[in-house]
Design a protein around this ligand. Structure first.
Ligand SMILES: Nc1nc2c(c(=O)[nH]1)N[C@H]1C(S)=C(S)[C@@H](COP(=O)(O)O)O[C@H]1N2
Ligand SMILES: [Mo]
Length: 212
């Protein structure tokens, strides 16, 4: 107990020195679970992933098709608006950039924002630059294992900071939708679930943009 507290404090100090601990955040070695509503089930037969809106042609992929897409791995620091930060988390999945490069999604020239749509109507919005940055991934795996139901199985949007690489795409964790089912491409920004409830639209972790 005492040892684990000391370890947490030492790690937090190291992250502060490496300038990876944003203002007002504390390091956690756990992985808290936070969401609104129940954990949805998953049926691989009826599940689909859709992309629509400011695209040339709407896309719908089955679970099998989604899993055949080229995969990306990224290591990120996660920062929750409730003030915990989890460092060096490893995610694997499909990047939005891959959907574009594979020609599955062709953006109309006025596409500027993405609204992630999840089970039970949860939504969250990010600018296209954030969605196309290294900081955002549609993940199926966390730390080498299939994501647990609590954390978004089978697919979640995850967004964080790339260690040692500060960017304006470094936003709080609520900007990644667990149980992700689709991306709506938009010419104008549209507030998601927490954004409508008073959370910051831009959510920059370095500027502590927590609430609007
Ligand atoms: N579908 C869905 N995704 C969601 C949420 C939610 O309520 N529903 N909550 C968000 C919030 S507020 C946070 S902090 C993170 C928490 O992710 P975690 O439970 O994996 O830590 O999920 C985000 N994604
Ligand atoms: Mo949150």
């Amino acid at each position: 107990m005492f040892n684990s507290i000391m370890r947490r404090q030492e790690e937090e100090k190291r992250m502060l020195e490496e300038k990876r601990l944003p203002p007002g955040q504390a390091l956690t070695q756990k992985f808290p679970v936070l969401h609104y509503g129940p954990v949805p089930g998953f049926n691989p037969v009826t599940w689909n992933f859709r992309a629509w809106g400011r695209v040339e042609k709407p896309l719908s992929l089955t679970w099998d098709e989604f899993n055949q897409l080229p995969r990306t791995r990224v290591k990120m620091d996660l920062h929750c608006v409730t003030r915990w930060s989890k460092f060096d988390t490893l995610w694997e999945g499909v990047s939005v950039r891959t959907l574009l490069e594979a020609g599955l999604v062709k953006l109309l020239p006025d596409a500027r924002f993405i609204l992630q749509h999840a089970e039970y109507g949860y939504t969250t919005n990010i600018p296209l630059e954030v969605a196309l940055s290294e900081n955002f991934l549609m993940a199926t795996h966390f730390d080498g294992e299939v994501i647990s139901p609590d954390h978004g199985y089978p697919l979640r949007g995850v967004v964080g900071a790339i260690p040692g690489h500060k960017s304006s795409a470094d936003v709080y964790l609520w900007k990644g939708a667990k149980w992700l089912r689709g991306l709506e491409f938009l010419s104008q920004d549209k507030a998601g679930f927490w954004e409508q409830a008073g959370y910051s639209n831009t959510a920059d972790i370095w500027k502590e943009e927590r609430f609007a």
